[in-house]
Design a protein around this ligand. Structure first.
Ligand SMILES: CC(C)(COP(=O)(O)OP(=O)(O)OC[C@H]1O[C@@H](n2cnc3c(N)ncnc32)[C@H](O)[C@@H]1OP(=O)(O)O)[C@@H](O)C(=O)NCCC(=O)NCCS
Length: 150
């Protein structure tokens, strides 16, 4: 059974190792995770999904820099063998609920223009494409900016 809990600082080495599988092109380093994690719980929320053996199988994070401003989805990832089972959707709903509690009125995110599965996930949840950021993930790697009103 899959369950969800807040991430802990102790989880960060596991998340760093999963980055290489989930985001091979631009994995976050331990330093980047630590920097973002400093915002927990005031401005940042990190959640993990764990399987029946307490192994982390996915994670997601969002930032609301100040109460009432737009939320920025920082990351969402699920190990390949656990995909298409609703975990990404559950993560996004948890991020949206947390952002709503921080009085955000909108969610923003960037996604690779060729990341069809993630774009399909976001569209299924009501996100709209609003612009393209060229070279966001590196030369020639453009990002789509998507937004949803909360
Ligand atoms: C994007 C990702 C998080 C989706 O996670 P997931 O747990 O598979 O998502 P869900 O099972 O909740 O999927 C929800 C909906 O998204 C869409 N979707 C998800 N994966 C899809 C795929 N491979 N093809 C088409 N649609 C897809 C579907 O509409 C799906 O609904 P359905 O299962 O009823 O058809 C996962 O594929 C992933 O970790 N990818 C690698 C990391 C990544 O790119 N993250 C996003 C960075 S912006």
């Amino acid at each position: 059974m899959i369950t969800y809990r807040d991430a802990m600082a102790l989880d960060l080495p596991v998340l760093v190792s999963m980055e290489k599988i989930l985001f091979a092109d631009s994995p976050w380093s331990m330093g980047q995770f630590k920097e973002e994690f400093k915002g927990v719980p005031r401005t940042h929320f990190f959640t993990v999904a764990v399987d029946g053996n307490n192994q982390i199988i996915g994670y997601a994070a969002v930032m609301v820099p100040a109460p009432g401003v737009e939320a920025d989805v920082l990351t969402v990832g699920v190990l390949p063998e656990y995909r298409k089972a609703g975990i990404g959707t559950a993560f996004m709903e948890a991020l949206e609920n947390w952002a709503s509690d921080k009085e955000s009125n909108a969610m923003m995110l960037e996604v690779g223009v060729d990341n069809a599965s993630a774009i399909a996930l976001y569209e299924s949840l009501g996100y709209s494409k609003i612009s393209v950021r060229q070279n966001y993930y590196g030369t020639g790697l453009d990002a789509l900016v998507m937004r949803k009103d909360l």
